[in-house]
Design a protein around this ligand. Structure first.
Ligand SMILES: [Zn+2]
Length: 267
């Protein structure tokens, strides 16, 4: 796949990396009646955390899904995929049938601009959810997770130790039945990591059940729990392939969840 040149421009020519991502997303929003830029402002640092909402008023909305990328600032492919996904929605709005989608392409804006995994404080933000009250980015995202009460959460990541694509299963019992087919479909782009242990966790069929504490996810008291998927691409794979893999996984998850949930609702 070809990535738009403005997304791949070196930072030195285009200002901060986050600015070029936001500029690209905002231009898409300007041209679309379904896409809105609703960026969040971090009250103390003044940093902008990009947030986009996609909704087609012409079709009924039953499910709200959150797509999150860039909580680890040095994992570029998820960020590029999240912003490219907005473009894909414009080309093929059917992907979003029955959905209201919130896309957070850069969950750690400082880290993304610094090319650094951690946040400005030096902490791994994806270990700080629902416990650490000091991290501004985490608090903003917790507010989103609490108020939006997502039916599904997809987090995009890249792993420099993995040999292929894999994912973490959390949230509702439905989650593994979404991730498994998404991995199968996406393995035509990048093969799966089939090792019995991935990222220090026992894995089965390229899936890890549970995993780390404090990762981005729904509040514990949300019932029913949403499906919650962390999708990982291997860092060694070409960037374009990784982006393509993220997009394939998102498409597959949305398509399956619509089918499974619609059957339950008798739509
Ligand atoms: Zn990560």
């Amino acid at each position: 796949m070809t990535l738009p040149s403005e997304l791949l421009a070196p930072p030195i020519l285009s200002g901060k990396r986050s600015e070029s991502i936001i500029r690209y997303g905002d231009q898409l929003a300007l041209k679309s009646q379904y896409l809105e830029s609703l960026h969040l402002l971090e009250p103390h640092s003044g940093r902008e955390m990009p947030r986009y909402r996609w909704n087609t008023p012409t079709s009924p909305t039953f499910y709200r899904i959150g797509i999150f990328a860039g909580i680890h600032g040095d994992e570029e492919s998820g960020v590029l995929a999240a912003i490219q996904f907005l473009r894909e929605l414009q080309i093929n709005p059917d992907i979003s049938k029955f959905y209201e989608l919130f896309v957070y392409p850069i969950c750690n804006p400082w880290g993304f601009d610094a090319g650094c995994r951690e946040g400005a404080s030096g902490k791994d933000l994806n270990r700080c959810f629902w416990g650490d009250h000091e991290e501004e980015d985490v608090r903003l995202l917790e507010g989103e997770l609490r108020t939006k009460r997502f039916d599904g959460i997809v987090s995009l990541h890249t792993d420099d130790t993995s040999e292929g694509i894999y994912g973490y299963v959390n949230g509702s019992t439905l989650t593994r039945h979404l991730l498994e087919p998404a991995l199968r479909t996406t393995s035509s782009i990048i093969p799966r990591d089939v090792r019995p242990e991935i990222d220090t966790h026992p894995a089965k069929d390229s899936m890890i059940f549970g995993g780390y504490q404090g990762i981005l996810g729904a509040p514990e008291d949300q019932h029913p729990q949403p499906f919650s998927i962390v999708f990982e691409t291997p860092h060694h794979a070409p960037l374009g392939k990784q982006v393509e893999a993220h997009l394939s996984a998102i498409r597959e998850i949305l398509s399956l969840f619509r089918v499974i949930s619609s059957e339950g609702r008798d739509i």
